[in-house]
Ligand binder design. Structure first.
Ligand SMILES: NC(=O)c1ccc[n+]([C@@H]2O[C@H](COP(=O)([O-])OP(=O)(O)OC[C@H]3O[C@@H](n4cnc5c(N)ncnc54)[C@H](O)[C@@H]3O)[C@@H](O)[C@H]2O)c1
Length: 385
């Protein structure tokens, strides 16, 4: 059966996500396994062309992985007819312009979230892609994580009955950068560069909540900057102008209430860096990145409030692990494989994680920030465009 090499321009591969998750863990891993098999038995093998701003960094990465194609000239890369897909993992603010250029060059697009830093920009990308007839997809990695895939399995089989509420905790302490280096890039803490945890995380929460219990219909949020001064990659102090924590209530279709805390100013006393508790009439689950535990209605103990007695029940032991029952591959890679099939199959499956789905996420972030500014609950309209 035939094997076809397909050019993929990868912009932003010198960054954390672009390099680790997309180049190394996804595209190079897919090359290593001989590509992706299509329905007719043929295979497509991604051939990356690295794009970035620093020639030296690109050369180093190319050399490290025996790659030969790299350039600092995006237009030149996009004019190459062997390129089928443009991928973007640049800092958020740089994305919109580059994606529009790639759409104009007739390339299919796959990119990191958020697609833009305003809902108008995100909808404009969706419209441009639709009019150009290019296929488009956005990274929605959280629902490809083992813990959340197990949670979704429970949803699909009706384990919960009616889902009443979802409570989520995401976050960890991000060092300020003075006495220990900050483990996230400094642009994350500058609003003028597309930073801020509300924009960063609400576009994830939108598709996570949609997949568990339905679309978000209203948001009440409080976004704050707890730590107003930080130190950048070069050790220089700067004013943190973006929010570093967001506390939100989301009301979902059908009445489920989700309450999610997102914070880069919290010390972890949990089993995983993100955890969601879902409570339903028939059972509950707590899912993280990898694990998912359940407590069925039939196995629910009867705690009795008595502050005069020491704790008598081992609450955490009263839950049961959901087994993997399969080998979970890297979530970013799994989504890449789905997108490659969506682009190259003769008769492709729809790809739900597209630019319109991404625009709904950006909208939720925008409305969350507005809710915080005006101090009230905001209803979420359908995104159209
Ligand atoms: N899916 C996820 O879980 C996830 C996690 C973290 C970040 N992200 C997203 O991935 C993107 C990159 O984040 P990161 O943490 O890898 O950031 P990073 O700072 O590590 O990397 C950013 C990349 O963009 C380039 N870049 C930075 N500023 C630029 C500019 N002004 N113009 C052009 N290029 C620029 C850098 O050279 C680098 O290659 C962001 O949009 C972010 O929202 C997604």
């Amino acid at each position: 059966m035939s094997v076809r090499e397909v050019g993929i321009v990868m912009n932003g591969v010198t960054g954390r996500m672009g390099y680790n998750q997309h180049l190394v863990r996804s595209i190079l891993a897919i090359r290593e396994q001989g590509g992706v098999e299509l329905a007719d038995g043929s295979r497509v093998v991604p051939d990356p062309i690295l794009v970035g701003r620093s020639e030296q960094k690109l050369r180093d990465i190319a050399h490290r992985h025996d790659l030969t194609k790299w350039t600092t000239d995006l237009d030149q890369a996009l004019s190459d007819p062997s390129v089928h897909i443009y991928f973007d993992a640049q800092a958020t603010r740089a994305r919109e312009k580059a994606v529009l250029a790639a759409i104009a060059a007739g390339k299919h697009i796959y990119c990191e979230k958020p697609t833009a830093d305003s809902v108008a920009g995100a909808v404009e990308l969706a419209r441009a892609a639709r009019e150009a007839g290019v296929r488009n997809g956005v990274v929605m990695d959280k629902i490809f994580l083992p813990g959340l895939r197990k949670l979704k399995r429970l949803v699909d089989v009706g384990f919960f009955g009616r889902i009443l509420s979802i409570r989520g905790e995401f976050g960890y302490w991000v060092f300020e950068g003075d006495w220990q280096r900050a483990q996230r890039p400094s642009w994350n803490y500058r609003a003028e560069e597309g930073g801020g945890i509300t924009l960063d995380m609400f576009c994830h929460w939108n598709y996570v909540l949609e997949s568990i219990a339905g679309p978000v219909r209203a948001v009440t949020a409080r976004s704050v900057t707890h730590i107003p001064q930080r130190w950048d990659e070069k050790g220089a102090g700067y004013d943190a102008t973006a929010d570093d924590a967001a506390y939100a209530i989301f009301e979902l279709d059908g009445g489920t209430i989700a309450q999610l805390n997102s914070s880069w100013c919290v010390r972890v006393f949990r089993d995983e860096l993100v955890e969601f508790q879902v409570d339903g009439t028939e059972g509950s689950a707590v899912a993280g990145l990898r694990n998912c535990r359940v407590q069925h209605r039939s196995a629910t103990p009867m705690p009795v409030w008595n502050p005069d007695m020491p704790v008598t029940e081992p609450f955490r032991d009263q839950w049961q692990q959901v087994p993997d029952n399969t080998a979970f591959d890297n979530g970013f890679k799994v989504e890449w494989e789905q997108f490659l099939r969506h682009v190259f199959e003769e008769d492709p499956q729809p790809f739900p994680h597209d630019f319109m789905a991404a625009a709904r996420g950006v909208q939720l972030a925008e409305l969350g920030m507005r809710s915080s500014q005006v101090g009230r609950r905001i209803e979420v309209p359908e995104v159209s465009g």
